[in-house]
Design a protein around this ligand. Structure first.
Ligand SMILES: COc1nc2nc(N)nc(N)c2nc1C
Length: 307
């Protein structure tokens, strides 16, 4: 029976990755559901065969009475904001004065909830909200219901990744239709709906909310020995994480401004809400040289779209 359980873990993990991370499923949903229910049945019959990283955790478990507070290993900082071209050029001037000419990694700023995922020897062991930046809430069970979050990654690495959990627009529309049918107050926007979902004490409810995630940084980059933010994102892809591929390596601030103008026009065609664009010095050594203010990195800034 252990052999069948191992086979089911392997198949479900692969199918889940193809569907939720690559968006290129190789089997129909019915096949995934059939195998998942076979595994659920086996785990009910043989409870000692159930492991913490079993794909069956995707459907949620017993409700919590409250969320444990956990201190972040390193604070989850916020980003400085820019609201116009002048702010961005001033940021660029500060960077160039500090470390000379740089390439910028430019990424979408997803309108969701910042979360931290901890992996030990390649297995997901903890998920935290940002909280106040110093201390977050332990929402591991809810994080496991986000199918795009790998329960096991392709290498036995111990590190922390950070990203944005969010509710795709389609899920948001579906959620409000459900609420309307039940005469419940509607969710105001996908960001609030995502926050409400991740803070559900009953992970079975969180599982129904169809949240998604994009990862954008590794906490201790030395774990991955990569030279740049661009290489870090590619490395996260290789490890089986979902990163946002609408990203561009820009040679200078003018190219950054072009990219921002493009998304100012195009962002309504995305399947999710974005509230800005994040611009980062790509080279990690130059990031370290620039360092941080008390609250934010000096090597990154968030351009915010007009509300
Ligand atoms: C380096 O720190 C950050 N990087 C980020 N990158 C993206 N794409 N989106 C964010 N919201 C974000 N937030 C922070 C604090």
């Amino acid at each position: 029976m252990q052999q069948r359980v191992d086979e089911l873990h392997r198949l479900l993990h692969q199918y889940n990755y193809e569907y939720h991370v690559l968006d290129t499923p190789s089997v129909p949903d019915s096949e995934y559901d059939k195998l998942l229910h076979e595994l659920i049945a086996i785990e009910e019959a043989y409870p000692d065969l159930k492991t913490a990283d079993s794909p069956t955790v995707r459907v949620g478990g017993t409700p919590l009475s409250s969320f444990e507070k956990v201190r972040h290993d390193t604070p989850m900082l916020s980003l400085g904001n820019a609201f116009n071209e002048e702010d961005l050029r001033a940021f660029d001037r500060r960077v160039v004065e500090g470390v000379g000419r740089v390439d910028y990694m430019v990424e979408l700023k997803i309108d969701g909830l910042a979360v931290s995922l901890k992996y030990q020897e390649g297995r997901l062991v903890q998920g935290l909200t940002r909280g106040d930046g110093t201390t977050g809430e332990n929402i591991t069970e809810n994080i496991k219901t986000i199918y795009a979050v790998p329960l096991v990654i392709n290498e036995p690495l111990t590190f922390e990744v950070r990203g944005e959990a969010y509710m795709p627009r389609q899920s948001f529309i579906h959620l409000n239709k459900e609420k309307e049918k039940k005469g419940e107050p509607l969710a105001a926007n996908p960001r609030n709906a995502a926050a409400g979902s991740l803070r559900q004490l009953d992970s079975k409810l969180a599982a129904k909310r169809k949240l998604d995630i994009f990862l954008y940084s590794v906490n201790d980059l030395r774990e991955l020995d990569v030279p740049s933010q661009s290489a870090a994102l590619d490395r996260l892809d290789d490890l089986g994480f979902k990163t946002n591929h609408e990203r561009r390596l820009c040679q200078d601030i003018d190219e950054v401004l072009d990219y921002i103008r493009y998304w100012t026009e195009e962002r309504n065609h995305l399947a999710y809400d974005i509230d800005g664009i994040v611009i980062k010095v790509n080279d990690l050594a130059k990031q370290e040289e620039l360092g941080f203010t008390a609250r934010s990195p000096r090597w990154a800034i968030a351009y915010k779209f007009p509300a």
